[in-house]
Design a protein around this ligand. Structure first.
Ligand SMILES: [Fe+2]
Length: 272
């Protein structure tokens, strides 16, 4: 396991532009900062300058949203080269991506789309994760995503698909606890049985975020506080697996920094 296990101190937040200056000035006690890799693919600019200043004070994890690991398109060498260059620059404690796809025929969607849970898709994504790890020269984590539909032909339960993708590719798992709860509600499975199907040793990080309720389903908006049910599931995950580096993600309707810090403090209490 190359990912450091930071224990109780390993609770951080997703870094968002409106908070950069305040974090640098106040230096709140955070285990690490997580950024979306693609926002820093340029050779310079203000975003990268902020990141480099903050990196002097905090470990950073690189969380990608654009590699499209599950796509049938060729793996994007240019994207991987830029990610490798960014990793060389910021020396992240973790590099992660999603178990999803977002491109078809060279066209990119701005979404993390679900894979069919089939043997064929599993073989495909395992090979792609392996190729990405080879190109980056490091182990990555892949994250379970939130979904609103099951693709036709799916024959493998989600947790089993995720666990097998991780086991066979030798990557680690970024367990998004909110995504487990959202999918359990949307697709009608037991979130605790999902946790039980995972290999705890493979989990290198956990995510917490907020969802919103829509008629008949939960929407993973990252625009709300972590729900009580997700806190309970996080407690169960920490009890089962032990504490892991954890961040609170908030991507829309971004609140004052203190709101995020309070969520992180609550996560720290759970994982202590
Ligand atoms: Fe997440």
């Amino acid at each position: 396991m190359s990912a450091p296990l930071l224990g109780a101190d390993g609770v951080g937040i997703g870094l968002r532009t409106p908070h950069c200056r305040e974090i640098l000035e106040r230096r709140p006690a955070l285990g690490f900062l997580e950024v979306h890799s693609e926002n820093y693919f340029g050779d310079g600019g203000p975003a990268l300058a902020w990141l480099e200043r903050l990196r002097a004070h905090y470990p950073v994890s690189l969380h990608g949203v654009g590699l499209s690991l599950g796509s049938a398109d060729p793996l994007d060498d240019r994207h991987l080269a830029r990610l490798a260059a960014l990793a060389a620059r910021v020396e992240p404690m973790l590099v992660s991506e999603h178990l999803s796809w977002s491109s078809i025929g060279g066209h990119h969607a701005n979404d993390l789309l679900p894979l069919p849970f089939t043997q064929e898709a599993l073989d495909h994504v395992v090979a792609r994760i392996g190729a990405a790890q080879d190109r980056l020269g490091r182990r990555i984590l892949i994250e379970n995503v939130s979904t609103y539909a099951r693709l036709p032909g799916s024959t493998i339960p989600e947790a089993e698909f995720v666990a097998e993708a991780v086991r066979r590719s030798g990557c680690g798992l970024l367990l998004d606890v909110n995504n487990v709860f959202v999918n359990a509600t949307n697709h009608g499975f037991d979130p605790h049985a999902y946790l039980a199907a995972l290999d705890g040793a493979s989990i290198g990080e956990m995510h917490l975020a907020g969802f919103e309720r829509a008629p008949g389903l939960l929407v993973d908006t990252h625009a709300a506080p972590v729900a009580d049910e997700v806190w309970s599931l996080y407690e169960a995950a920490v009890r089962r697996f032990g504490s892991r580096p954890t961040i609170v993600e908030w991507d829309a309707d971004i609140p004052p920094l203190d709101t995020l810090l309070a969520e992180a403090a609550r996560a720290r209490k759970v994982s202590a």
